[in-house]
Design a protein around this ligand. Structure first.
Ligand code: MG
Length: 329
């Protein structure tokens, strides 16, 4: 019986692309695509190879059909670069909790759900973790993404409505390269399922000046930070390392992220590296549970929603734990 495989990869702007292949056996072959139409190649030399690295059950097509995550031979394939970095120290078991924020847009108005062209919603305060149709819309879409993502085996830990109307976040938690892999499949499902609801998501870091932007808050720990009695000391050492690379790291945190990191709307200012316990206006937050237990994890609040998760996670691991690979900007 034939099997339908949806090959998924990132284009030259870090956006998810996909195409469909019908397979007549269990073998998932390499494939290719036109890189001149994905911001990656010139027309005269356009072919980019797809190398399947991981497959997931396809919850939309059901049965034995699959989603196939791919690396490519594009010279800036960020998954390949991240994998090389993670493979240096797998014994450290780097864990990432990625908080993917986004706005949900209504295709018929090109405005976030709940927004009207001639009137701005009321000021913030009512929408975070909201319940009720007066303050939250498109819950059926979010529930659909939740169910399908879990059916695909994505390591989700939850979702919530965010500070702005029409804004939400999903959280993914996994070890090493899995964290970014699962986030990419989540992004695919957010975009693909949106088609069926006449909705689309925007990962724009700061779509509206007077509302919170969207981030990709990155919670991080190594096995030792989580388990050792002196885990908190290792976390402080890690934060000191991140302070030294702050201005270089900012270049990796997504397009137009400087507009989001204004120091207002629950962000820190990009100009200065800061950290604090339970703080939401610093670069790094040390959770109350970490302070209390003297071990645990910390949160990097600087990455923006449109950041490439391979770059974000691999850079964190490289700065805190690793050696020498360079990352593309
Ligand atoms: Mg959030």
């Amino acid at each position: 019986m034939s099997q339908i495989a949806e090959y998924i990869w990132l284009d030259g702007h870090g956006r998810v692309r996909s195409k469909t292949r019908v397979l007549d056996s269990d073998i998932i072959p390499d494939w290719n695509y036109d890189g001149s139409s994905t911001y990656q190649k010139f027309v005269s030399d356009s072919e980019v190879m797809l190398y399947p690295v991981k497959s997931f059950p396809d919850p939309l097509r059901g049965e034995s059909n699959i989603l196939v995550l791919c690396e490519t031979d594009y010279e800036k394939c960020t998954r390949r670069i991240a994998r090389d970095i993670f493979e240096q120290h797998p014994e450290l078991e780097p864990m990432f909790g990625l908080e993917q924020e986004f706005f949900i847009y209504d295709k018929s108005t090109n405005l976030p759900v709940g927004w009207m062209a001639d009137s701005a919603p009321e000021p913030q305060g009512d929408y975070y973790c909201a319940v009720g149709a007066d303050v939250c819309q498109s819950r059926a879409y979010m529930e659909c993404v939740l169910g399908y993502a879990l059916a695909a085996g994505i390591k989700l830990t939850g979702f919530n409505w965010e500070v702005a109307p029409g804004q939400a976040e999903f959280q993914v938690c996994a070890i090493g390269i899995d964290a970014a892999d699962h986030l990419i499949i989540l992004r695919y499902l957010l975009m693909r399922i949106g088609e069926d609801f006449n909705l689309y998501v925007s990962f724009d870091n700061k779509p509206f000046t007077n509302w919170n932007g969207s981030g990709l808050h990155t919670n991080f720990s190594t096995k030792e930070m989580r388990e050792n009695d002196n885990g908190i000391d290792m976390i402080h050492t890690a934060i000191n390392k991140l302070a030294l690379t702050h201005h270089d790291d900012l270049k990796l945190f997504g397009e137009n992220n400087h507009r989001r990191l204004s120091g207002k709307y629950e962000t820190s200012s990009a100009a200065k590296f800061t950290y604090g316990a339970a703080s939401r206006n610093t670069s790094i937050r040390i959770p109350t549970s970490t302070t209390k237990d003297k071990k645990g994890y910390f949160e990097d609040r600087r990455p923006g929603a449109n950041a490439n998760p391979y770059i974000i996670t691999a850079n964190m691991f490289k700065v805190v734990c690793g050696d020498d690979e360079s990352l593309p900007e």
